[in-house]
Design a protein around this ligand. Structure first.
Ligand SMILES: [Fe+2]
Ligand SMILES: [Fe+2]
Length: 199
C-alpha cells in the first residue's frame, strides 16, 4: 500500500513547531527520553489495537503488525539510550496532545476508521518533526544518529497510515487530513512549551 508514499505526505503538512521547543527539550533531556519511551510504547499498542478492531482488513493487519514491530524496536532503542545515561524509566503521565486529537475521531464507521488512521498519521508526522529537530541538535553523536533513524521511521509510518486512509476513502481522505492538520495546530495555540515529544 505504500507504493506512492512520496506524494502522500503532501496531504498532511503540519505547521512547524514553535522555535523555542528545541531549547526547552535540550534543557531537560531526561524528561524528553522518559516521555519518548512511552510515546514509542503507545505507538506499538495503538497499531496492535487497530488489528484487534479490524481483523478483516488484510492490508491493515499486515501493515500494523510490521509497524508495531518497528515501534517495539524503538522502545528497545530508547530504553538502551536511557540505560547508557543511567536514567530509569518513569511512569507515563498521559498525553493531553493525543487525547485532544482523539476527541475528533467520529463514531460511526467507516468514518471512525478513517479518522483513527489520520489521527495516527498526524501523530507520526509531528513525532517525526520533533525527533528530526532532536537529531540535528543533540550534543551526543550516538544520540543524534539514533534520533535521525527514528525520525526517518516515523515519516515512513505517517505514509503507511495515509496510504491506508486513502484506500479506505479515496474521495474524502485528503480533505479530512487537511481538517485534522488544522485541528492539530489549534492544539498548540496558547499551550505551554514543555520538555515532551508533543509538548
Ligand atoms: Fe517509533
Ligand atoms: Fe511510528
Amino acid at each position: 500500500v505504500i507504493d506512492s508514499a512520496p506524494q502522500l505526505g503532501d496531504a498532511l503538512i503540519l505547521a512547524p513547531s514553535d522555535a523555542r521547543w528545541i531549547d526547552v527539550a535540550l534543557g531537560d533531556l531526561d524528561a524528553i527520553h522518559a516521555d519518548h519511551l512511552h510515546c514509542e510504547r503507545k505507538a506499538a499498542q495503538s497499531a496492535l489495537s487497530l488489528i484487534r478492531s479490524y481483523p478483516e482488513r488484510t492490508d491493515l493487519v499486515r501493515e500494523m503488525a510490521r509497524l508495531a514491530h518497528d515501534e517495539t524496536r524503538h522502545v528497545v532503542q530508547v530504553s538502551q539510550l536511557m540505560a547508557r545515561r543511567e536514567q530509569p524509566a518513569a511512569y507515563d503521565f498521559g498525553d493531553d496532545y493525543a487525547v485532544a486529537l482523539r476527541d475528533h475521531i467520529r463514531k460511526p464507521e467507516p468514518a471512525r476508521l478513517l479518522d483513527r488512521l489520520l489521527v495516527f498519521a498526524v501523530i507520526e508526522a509531528r513525532s517525526a518533526e520533533r525527533l528530526d529537530l532532536l537529531a540535528n541538535a543533540l550534543p551526543d553523536p550516538k544520540s543524534r544518529e539514533l534520533y535521525a533513524s527514528l525520525a526517518t521511521a516515523e515519516f515512513r509510518h505517517r505514509d503507511i497510515f495515509l496510504a491506508l486512509a486513502r484506500d479506505i476513502d479515496p474521495a474524502t481522505w485528503r480533505a479530512r487530513a487537511a481538517e485534522l492538520a488544522a485541528v492539530e495546530s489549534e492544539i498548540f495555540v496558547d499551550r505551554a512549551i514543555t520538555a515532551r515529544i508533543h509538548g
